[in-house]
Design a protein. Structure first.
Ligand code: NI
Length: 179
């Protein structure tokens, strides 16, 4: 089992634009397995490939209480969003310890490919809708703190940089790579 290193905000690699997946091969399956393990261990309800420095359009999500319903979205597109909005306190594995309110459409319909390259559509509401939009933002290089005020964002940035420096001192990144 491989636990991947999750990039931390404000790492510039989180701003890269993810490319569409073209090859549905063993490497992709392995990446999905590793991303799922990484997400469950964190623990989190969603992880985008961008967060583990793989800049392809791939997202894993599991919003179930038992954490046993993994959903994989490859090359996802939002094909419909509701006019009704929802305001949710979001968190992100790349911005540990920070939660803040973001407004987004309350419901979305997503079209994506599964691990076999087969298309499917899904209508999401509640936490899943929030999560799908949050993870798809990562693929566009957007971290949710971009939606907050510049004041809040700068405060978060300063805190993250300070924590990263502290982490680097006590647990160098090379040793944090695998668990
Ligand atoms: Ni995130």
């Amino acid at each position: 089992m491989t636990i991947l290193t999750i990039l931390r905000y404000p790492d510039k690699r989180l701003n890269k634009i993810a490319q569409p997946v073209k090859q549905f091969d063993a490497r992709l399956r392995q990446l999905v397995t590793d991303m799922a393990e990484t997400m469950y261990q964190a623990p989190g309800v969603g992880l985008a490939a961008s967060q583990v420095d793989e800049h392809i359009q791939l997202v894993v999500i599991d919003t179930s209480d038992a954490q046993n319903q993994l959903q994989v979205f490859i090359n996802p597109e939002i094909i419909w969003s509701s006019e009704e909005k929802t305001f949710y306190d979001e968190g992100c594995l790349s911005v540990p310890g920070i939660y803040d309110g973001v407004e987004r459409p309350a419901e979305v319909s997503v079209r994506a490919l599964d691990l076999d390259g087969q298309p499917f559509e899904l209508k999401a509401d509640g936490l899943l809708a929030v999560c799908v939009q949050h993870e798809m933002d990562h693929l566009k290089g957007i971290v949710f703190v971009e939606y907050l005020s510049p004041l809040k964002r700068n405060r978060i940035k300063t805190r993250m940089i300070k924590e990263e420096r502290e982490l680097e001192r006590t647990q160098p990144a090379a040793k944090r790579r695998r668990v």
